[in-house]
Design a protein around this ligand. Structure first.
Ligand code: NDP
Ligand code: GDR
Length: 373
C-alpha cells in the first residue's frame, strides 16, 4: 500500500524539499497551497502534475491554516498516514508587525489540524509532525540548547510556536495521537525566502557584484546562529515519524557562526575580501580586494554593506547553538551538507540569476531585483 502524506506549507522552502523526498520514497503527497493574487508554486512547479491525468501522486489543494472547515475537509478527503505541519507565517521580524495573524496561523492553525485528526477519528491512523523551532529558546538559558533546555520566546512568532509545541505534546498525551515536535535550528538553501538573512546576503551581494544594486542594508550582524541545510533537515522530519514511539527532537549542526561571518563567507565565494569599519549602526563593509571575474561591477573601496537599524528587532535572539546528540544517537541522523558547501550553492544560484538579469539589462530589457528587502 502506498503511504499518503499531507504537507501544509508545501510551497515553502521545507515543504518543497519534503515533497520531493516523500515522492522519491513512493508516497502519494497532498499539499496545501494558499490562494494568492499571483502564482506562488514556483518551488514545486518541477514536480507539479497535470490535474487531467489519472493516478497523480502529487496533488495540491487550496486551503489555509486559519480555516478549520477547509482543513477538516482536506484531511477527510485525503485520509493521510502522515501530516507534516510546515505552514506558518515564518518570519520573526514580520511577526512583530502582524502578531495577531501570526498567532492565528502558527498557534491556532496547529490546533485546527490536531482537532481535524480527532474529529475525524484518525487518532490511531494519522501521525503528526509539528515544525517547532529553536526560536523557542529565545533568551537562552543554557548553551548549547537541547530538548530539556527551558524555553524563553522573544517574538510573537516564537510565542505562537510555543503554543503549537505544547498543544502537540498535549494531544499526544491526552488522545494518544502519534505527534512529534522537531525543534529545528535555522536551515537554509537556494530556495530560502529572499528576506531571511542568509538568502538576503547571497542574493544581495550577487546583485551588487553584477551592478544591479548598490548596497546591502543589514540589521544585527553580530547575531549568532546554528545554520544547516534544509535537505538534511526534511529527511529528519520524516525519520521522526517512523519510530515506534513519538518523541521530540532537537535538529541542529552543533556549530555556530555570526551573520557577519556569513557575509564574509559569501563575499569570499564572489572573490571579494571585505573590510568592516566602525561599530553597530555606524558599521559598514567595503571591498578590500577582488579576485576573479565574479564581481565585474565592483572596484576596491566600494561600500557593499551598511547597517540600518530598521532591521533591528524589538527583542532580539542573540545566540542559538543546538545540541543534536539525541537525534544522532536515537535516529542515526547525521547532517551531510556543511555550511561552506551551502554558501557555495546559494551564491552560485544567486549569481547565476544576477548574471541573467544583468544580461537582460545590458540588452535594454527592464529588470527588477525586488526592492523589498
Ligand atoms: P517558508 O516561509 O519558506 O514557508 C512557509 C509555508 O507556509 C509556505 O508554503 C506558505 O505559503 C505557508 N503558509 C503561510 N501562511 C499560511 C497560512 N495561513 N495557511 C497555510 N499555509 C500558509 O518556511 P520554511 O519552509 O523555511 O519553514 C517551514 C516551517 O518550519 C515553518 O513553520 C517555520 O516556522 C518552521 N521552521 C523553519 C526553520 C527554518 O530555519 N527554515 C527553523 C525552524 C522552524 P506561501 O508560499 O503561499 O507563502
Ligand atoms: P530567524 O532568521 O529570525 O533566526 O528565524 P533570519 O534569517 O530572519 O534572522 C537571523 C538573524 O539575522 C539577523 N539579521 C537579519 N535578519 C534578517 N531577516 N534581515 C536582516 O537584514 C538582518 N540583519 C541581521 C536577525 O536579527 C537574526 O538574529 C528563522 C526563521 O526561518 C524561523 O521561521 C525559524 O523558526 C528560525 O529561523 C529557526
Amino acid at each position: 500500500m502506498q503511504k499518503v502524506a499531507l504537507i501544509t506549507g508545501v510551497t515553502g522552502q521545507d515543504g518543497s524539499y519534503l515533497a520531493e523526498f516523500l515522492l522519491a520514497k513512493g508516497y502519494i503527497v497532498h499539499g496545501l497551497k494558499r490562494r494568492a493574487s499571483s502564482l506562488n508554486t514556483e518551488r514545486v512547479d518541477h514536480i507539479y502534475q497535470d490535474p487531467h491525468i489519472d493516478n497523480r501522486n502529487f496533488v495540491l489543494h487550496y486551503g489555509d491554516l486559519s480555516d478549520s472547515s477547509n482543513l477538516i475537509r482536506i484531511v477527510q478527503q485525503t485520509q493521510p498516514d502522515e501530516i507534516y505541519n510546515l505552514g506558518a507565517q515564518s518570519h520573526v521580524a514580520v511577526s512583530f508587525e502582524s502578531p495577531e495573524y501570526t498567532a492565528d496561523v502558527d498557534a491556532l492553525g496547529t490546533l485546527r489540524i490536531l482537532e481535524a485528526i480527532r474529529i475525524l477519528g484518525l487518532e490511531k491512523k494519522t501521525r503528526f509532525y509539528q515544525a517547532s523551532t529553536s526560536e523557542l529558546y529565545g533568551l537562552v538559558q543554557e548553551i548549547p540548547q537541547k530538548e530539556t533546555t527551558p524555553f524563553y520566546p522573544r517574538s510573537p512568532y516564537a510565542v505562537a510556536k510555543m503554543y503549537a509545541y505544547w498543544i502537540t505534546v498535549n494531544y499526544r498525551e491526552a488522545y494518544g495521537i502519534y505527534a512529534c515536535n522537531g525543534i529545528l535550528f535555522n536551515h537554509e538553501s537556494e530556495r530560502r525566502g529572499e528576506t531571511f538573512v542568509t538568502r538576503k546576503i547571497t542574493r544581495g551581494l550577487s546583485n551588487i557584484a553584477q551592478g544591479l544594486d548598490q548596497c546591502l542594508y543589514m540589521g544585527n550582524i553580530d547575531a549568532l546562529r546554528d545554520w544547516g541545510h534544509a535537505k538534511d533537515y526534511v529527511r529528519m522530519q520524516w525519520m521522526m515519524l517512523q519510530q515506534n514511539q513519538p518523541e521530540d527532537f532537537v535538529i541542529a549542526t552543533g556549530v555556530q557562526y555570526s551573520v557577519r561571518e556569513f557575509i564574509q563567507k559569501s563575499a569570499t565565494q564572489l572573490g571579494l575580501t571585505l573590510e568592516f569599519i566602525g561599530e553597530g549602526a555606524s558599521e559598514y563593509a567595503q571591498v578590500a580586494s577582488i579576485e576573479g571575474d565574479k564581481a565585474p561591477a565592483l572596484k576596491v573601496g566600494d561600500v557593499v554593506v551598511r547597517i540600518d537599524p530598521r532591521y533591528y528587532r524589538p527583542t532580539e535572539v542573540e545566540t542559538l547553538l543546538g545540541d543534536p546528540t539525541k537525534a544522532k544517537a536515537k535516529l542515526g541522523w547525521i547532517p551531510e551538507i556543511t555550511l561552506d558547501q551551502m554558501v557555495e550553492e546559494m551564491v552560485a544560484n544567486d549569481l547565476d540569476q544576477a548574471r541573467q538579469s544583468a544580461l537582460l539589462k545590458e540588452h535594454g530589457y527592464k529588470v527588477s531585483v525586488g526592492l523589498e528587502r
